[in-house]
Design a protein around this ligand. Sequence first.
Ligand code: PMP
Length: 437
Amino acid sequence: MAVSPRPRSVESSRRLFERARKLIPGGVNSPVRAFKAVGGEPIFILRGRGAHLFDADGNDYIDYVGSWGPLILGHAHGRVVKAIAETAGSGVSFGAPTPIEIELASIVIEAFPSIAKVRMVNSGTEATMSALRLARAATGRDRTLKMEGCYHGHVDALLVKAGSGVLTLGIPGCPGVPVSVARDTLTAPYNDLDALRKVLDQHGAGIAAVILEPVAGNMGCVPPKEGYLAGARDLAKRHGVLLIFDEVMTGFRVAFGGAQERYGVAPDLTTLGKIIGGGLPVGAYGGREDLMARVAPEGDVYQAGTLSGNPLAMRAGIETLKAMKEPGAYERLETLSATLEAGLLEAARSKGVTATINRVGSMMTLFFTEGPVIDYASAARSDTRRYATFFQSMLERGVYLPPAQFEAFFVSMAHSESDVQTTIDAARESFASLRSA
Ligand code: PMP
């Protein structure tokens, strides 16, 4: 069915953006939201329901951003909203232990056999920052090894050759990161065991941790090559380096037990976020018993948080995870996502547009390149101007994709077959307009 561009007013969004820019840097509270990579101005959202977003001008969109991953059940899921409201009625924060924290911790630990104990924090950034500190304490080493194009939050030590907005906005090194810190971060290309081996052979004795996204999502979706994660596991061990899987995006996304379940490789430490908070601010880090025993107050590695283990976030996370644990949840996501992938590829092909799609479960990225896309260098070959045109064309047709090439689309449990079909139909027309552009 044809999905034509809709007459669309963006006046209210425009006015809001003008006002926001006077009050908030760039008008947004996180850079990629500003649409810089795709041109135009951001739309301001008033509400979401299921897989749909509604903006300040009364337009609605099928949403594939899902708040950048947390909303695996979709927007305003009844069970989550009800639980948050009920919890809020009993007080929103205590700064004292609550039973609800035990409940979420036990779900996480059961899902991730590599996690013996888990500490809740408030964002993915806090999780990776804390995991790194713990790794440095446990190994007595200062350096970090990360992969080019992976993003782990805006931690000083992890902004080197980072993905996501850093990659999108072409920020080479970030002013404000101390030179001494950046110097202690080494990098290797993703999916390249030889390169990893070389860095470890040369510098291994000074490296506390290798941190990586076990399925990269922040240079667009890039799956690990066969044997890559197991190889990294093995190399890290041989050098006495701790392996950290940053599963902030992939945890409970690519499988209930994250990428480590899907690929059968266990890290020493894991960072989580996004889905475990059901859309409320949350992060977590956990891992081996002996390592977690170093975390204060059990041990001497200090890490704390006024709002950590917040009851609303815990409850939203628990309800989200319980819903995802029901039989058939991941199968449904897989089927819908496979349909979307196949439909988009066929639509591109039918219009003579060169495209590659990488997909792992319900996260995927459409690159405008022949591919294969296996690392930062091959992701960077994608025609980002084409992505921008495609993005705008989809937006005009009522589909809200990530406003940057180097991000993942997320399919949620709330997307219907008809949402996916509408998206494919819109894409066919958008590809056609690309060719004539
Ligand atoms: N790690 C990964 C893999 C992420 O995708 C992100 C955020 N996109 C982060 C860490 C940082 O999380 P937050 O934005 O909650 O600080």
